[in-house]
Design a protein around this ligand. Sequence first.
Ligand code: HEC
Ligand code: HEC
Ligand code: HEC
Ligand code: HEC
Ligand code: HEC
Ligand code: HEC
Ligand code: HEC
Ligand code: HEC
Ligand code: HEC
Ligand code: HEC
Length: 308
Amino acid sequence: MKRLFLCVALVIALPGLWNTGLANAASKPGQQASAPQTPPSATTGAPGYVGSDTCITCHAEVGKSFANNPHSKLALTHSGKGITCESCHGPGQAHVEGGGDITKIFLPSKASAKETDATCMGCHAGVHPNFDRSPHAEAGLSCISCHSVHAAQTEESLLKLPQPALCFSCHTDVKGAFNMPFHHPVLEGVVKCSDCHDVHGTFQRNQLRVTADQNVVCVKCHTDVRGPFVYEHAVVKAEGCVACHTPHGSQNARLLNMPTISTLCNQCHSQVSADTIHGMGEGSQTVTPCISCHTMIHGSNLNAAFIR
Ligand code: HEC
Ligand code: HEC
Ligand code: HEC
Ligand code: HEC
Ligand code: HEC
Ligand code: HEC
Ligand code: HEC
Ligand code: HEC
Ligand code: HEC
Ligand code: HEC
């Protein structure tokens, strides 16, 4: 938890520092480059732009590693005249003429989260339209809290660290759950945090993903409990899988919220226990777990009490 707070403090404090830097620079006009305004439509011919070939004459190392970057595809746009470096760093002519004047070029890692996000969203808004109102954006994270354009550790998605290490670098408190006796195999690399969460923001609580038909994400993998059933267990649709399961990890088999089946069911069904079949002999709920009779607990096509 401490680490998380530290991270939060950092992500909030850092943009603050740079903001101060920007404010200072603003008092000396023309000293600080701001977020690029012209791309994504600009081409190498546009005024103020010099093209990546020029950048690479001085930034050879960056240029070399950039060949495999998905952003190198930008060069292919506009019949091969699309700009690459300057679509994120802004027009570079003044920077070049100043012999590499760093106040005349935009560097996302020195800018505020807002400016950085605006730069990236200039092209990626279609994919991640909800980022601005996500808990991550609200906490002051920006795209480059998780992504790195030039120093990514994963080829796919340009992440700073692979999952789940990336997530645990801030969410240390969540890690313990995946070491519990019963857990989703995330540390084993079978399931990823992003299988269930879309960290770019969703309309669900806890940034949970939904499936294409707006179902809870869980049934994407657990298709057998998906339904629809003739007889639905109303709670599955109303409260979701977490009404009975702890998604990350649990002390209890089947990731259940409660150590025994009867306590789990009796949270909502306490009144049935004394009645009818439940009060009699081997039907007693104290001896027999509810699911030994109510086997189709997620829903049934044959029986309203999920007996079969
Ligand atoms: C004439 C050589 C030269 C050219 C051409 C050049 N740069 Fe630079 N650039 C530099 C130097 C020198 C620095 C400062 C390096 C340092 O401090 O390590 C720099 C720094 C930068 C920085 C970091 C700024 C910061 O605030 O730390 C970025 C980003 C950058 N250049 C991008 C570009 C881009 C994009 C282009 C092409 C439009 C380009 N450069 C072309 C020489 C050049
Ligand atoms: C998709 C956006 C994007 C493109 C395209 C891009 N950069 Fe960057 N650049 C960044 C970001 C973001 C950073 C901050 C560090 C990071 O995330 O890797 C950065 C940092 C830098 C730096 C500072 C040194 C460093 O690594 O921190 C230099 C120099 C630089 N870029 C040069 C270039 C050159 C040259 C090109 C073209 C070959 C280019 N960039 C293309 C986004 C971009
Ligand atoms: C909290 C960490 C985090 C933040 C903040 C973040 N991303 Fe991501 N991003 C990821 C992870 C993890 C993946 C890979 C899994 C996935 O697709 O969700 C990813 C995947 C992507 C992809 C490739 C897959 C796709 O959906 O097209 C793009 C593009 C992307 N992010 C852009 C952005 C942009 C732009 C921002 C800022 C507006 C941003 N990301 C902010 C973690 C993050
Ligand atoms: C000028 C448009 C443009 C800008 C600005 C831009 N991107 Fe991209 N981005 C692209 C294109 C084009 C691709 C390649 C898409 C593909 O391969 O289909 C890409 C790919 C990516 C991917 C990898 C997607 C994958 O499937 O692996 C990530 C992550 C990403 N961008 C993040 C960022 C971040 C972070 C920023 C801001 C620092 C940014 N982009 C700025 C156009 C842009
Ligand atoms: C740079 C730090 C950082 C990284 C990296 C990061 N997060 Fe977060 N995350 C936060 C902060 C800060 C919040 C908002 C405060 C909170 O709810 O803890 C948050 C919120 C969340 C939430 C929403 C919690 C809620 O209460 O709604 C989820 C889910 C989440 N993150 C998952 C992830 C996943 C999955 C990854 C890895 C792909 C990840 N995060 C990477 C810092 C980070
Ligand atoms: C099997 C799906 C699944 C996977 C995999 C998963 N989560 Fe979650 N996560 C959930 C669900 C569902 C919730 C909401 C729990 C609730 O409502 O009680 C949640 C809640 C959260 C929260 C907010 C509440 C809390 O416990 O702090 C964070 C943060 C979070 N997850 C981070 C992560 C990270 C980091 C990973 C990967 C290491 C991850 N999750 C993997 C399904 C998943
Ligand atoms: C990306 C696929 C995936 C998603 C999404 C997913 N799971 Fe799982 N789930 C798995 C895998 C893999 C296992 C481990 C199976 C094993 O060990 O045999 C598992 C195990 C389980 C188990 C234990 C099963 C047993 O036989 O002990 C339960 C319960 C469960 N998941 C519920 C959920 C819930 C609830 C969600 C949504 C919050 C969810 N799952 C989302 C893949 C997924
Ligand atoms: C009313 C409580 C309840 C809800 C809600 C619930 N489950 Fe279950 N689930 C159980 C019980 C009890 C078991 C244990 C069955 C057993 O041990 O035979 C179980 C077992 C499982 C298993 C293990 C394999 C199997 O099919 O028996 C998976 C996977 C699973 N649930 C996924 C889900 C998913 C996904 C959701 C949401 C769509 C969900 N559950 C909603 C009570 C529930
Ligand atoms: C979080 C609350 C909740 C939990 C936990 C829960 N249920 Fe339910 N259950 C409901 C609701 C709500 C209904 C729908 C009641 C209705 O339609 O009157 C229902 C309906 C049923 C029905 C059908 C009742 C009827 O009148 O047809 C059976 C049988 C049942 N549940 C058994 C179980 C068993 C066994 C468990 C434990 C594995 C369980 N439930 C756990 C909320 C819950
Ligand atoms: C020995 C088998 C058995 C056990 C154990 C059992 N039930 Fe039942 N239950 C039944 C039968 C049979 C019915 C009546 C089905 C019908 O009407 O078709 C029923 C009906 C129900 C109903 C529907 C409403 C009602 O009262 O008729 C609920 C709710 C229910 N059971 C919950 C539970 C819960 C909760 C447990 C565990 C605490 C449990 N049952 C244990 C066999 C069992």
